[in-house]
Design a binder for this molecule. Structure first.
Ligand SMILES: *Cc1c(COP(=O)(O)O)cnc(C)c1O
Length: 395
């Protein structure tokens, strides 16, 4: 049955069908139509739709306790903090419910740290075309054109450098700078990958100038780009890391990880009513358990290679350039047809994201199999052919 949508506040454009069921790489709408999902809740469902491991963990936790609130400890939250610190090499974890909130916590912590260790500093250098979330402060931290002036007055304290350019950040770094905050790969910009050595050079710069390095791994973290954390690829240890999206495998949980030295909140400085909720933490523990099994890691690397190969073929067919890695890819088209391709793919039962007018983004489950990759490629080639045919007819 199709429900009325009138009371659902419109904040974006959505297609008419209503999703009622999901399994692995597939979604089903109210009429039973099947969709092959290469969006997965916006890079969130790292183990696909309704995976058994998460279901089991949630149900077991519900049998124990659902919610104890932020004034008391609960065991899943403590286990998750310990596990994330062990896996990341950082020392402290704070839990929130969304990526934007984790980034807010990070910026507050940077300002607090500066009050104590670098008096007069408060600015955070971010990058152009970055995405850090949709709270008032994060719209101003975000580097999308026009975002910091959309809801005036703007939140002060963010400076934008070009992405992938360490020298530019070095030239903007002043006594007022508290931290540098970047995504290891820019996700919302369409899987924009910096030159290799970027994080290493930023680490060296931040050390030399005595400011904090914050990595927004809300999209790149939890295996999305290959390693559990994207920073592992460059062997750096950031001062702060934020996680979200894939962390709960579909449940709302985010985290701020920090070194001991940077963790300087005083009691009462920060908090979150739902942060560290026992059920969401149990889900995140299940995600980490699956992702750290050695056998699963090999399978995911194989899945990534197959995905990259398929997207290369699509790219050759369309004259498009492929960028990204792991299970986060952008196909840069020679024309601004991304939305047309997305809409036509939707009709054909394939869910894709148009990250930019000329960029398609792919963020499937990390265990997406050869059958689904083959099906995606066949559907995508059909759609690319149809859209380019239409373009020729119209010319
Ligand atoms: C999605 C995203 C966010 C915002 O996360 P929300 O859960 O929507 O608040 C922040 N940073 C990056 C890099 C993201 O991809």
């Amino acid at each position: 049955m199709q429900l009325p949508t009138l009371n659902f506040m419109r904040v974006n454009q959505r297609p008419e069908p209503q999703m009622v069921r999901g399994a692995g790489s597939y979604l089903f709408d109210q009429d039973g139509k099947r969709y092959l999902d290469f969006i997965q809740g916006w890079a969130v469902n790292c183990l696909g739709h309704s995976p058994a491991a998460i279901k089991r963990a949630i149900v077991a936790q519900l049998d124990q306790v659902m919610n104890v609130g932020p004034a008391l400890y609960n065991q899943p939250a403590l286990s998750l903090a310990a596990r994330l610190c062990e896996l990341s090499g950082l020392d402290r974890a704070f839990f929130a419910n969304s990526g934007a909130e984790a980034n807010e916590a990070a910026v507050k912590l940077c300002r607090k740290w500066a009050q104590k260790r670098r008096p007069g500093a408060f600015e955070v250098i971010t990058t152009r075309d970055s995405f850090h979330g949709r709270t008032l402060a994060m719209t101003c931290a975000t580097g999308k054109a026009g975002w910091d002036s959309a809801f005036p007055p703007r939140v002060e304290g963010f400076v934008k450098a070009p992405y992938g350019d360490v020298a530019a950040i070095a030239s903007m770094l002043t006594d007022q700078t508290a931290a540098v905050m970047v995504e290891p790969i820019q996700g919302e910009a369409g899987a924009v990958t910096p030159p290799s050595g970027y994080l290493r050079e930023l680490r060296a710069l931040c050390d030399e100038r005595g400011v904090l390095l914050v990595l927004d791994e809300v999209q790149t973290g939890i295996g999305r780009t290959g390693p559990l954390f994207a920073f592992e690829a460059e062997g750096v240890r950031p001062d702060l890391v934020t996680l979200g999206k894939g962390l709960g495998g579909g449940l709302p949980i985010s985290a701020l990880l920090a070194t001991r030295e940077a963790s300087c909140f005083d009691d009462g400085d920060h908090g979150s009513t739902f942060g560290g909720n026992a059920v969401c933490c149990a889900a995140a523990l299940a995600v980490l358990e699956v992702l750290t099994e050695p056998k699963g890691r090999e399978a995911r690397e194989e899945s990534s290679r197959r995905l990259e190969l398929a997207l290369h073929r699509a790219g050759e067919f369309a004259g498009a350039r492929l960028r990204g890695q792991g299970h986060l890819f952008g196909l840069v088209l020679p024309s601004n047809d991304a939305e047309k391709i997305r809409d036509r793919a939707f009709e054909q039962g394939l869910l894709l994201n148009a990250a930019r007018p000329n960029v398609l983004r792919f963020m499937p489950a990390l265990d997406v199999g050869q059958v689904e990759i083959d099906e995606m490629l066949a559907l995508l080639l059909d759609v690319l052919a149809a859209v380019s045919q239409r373009r020729k007819e119209c010319a």
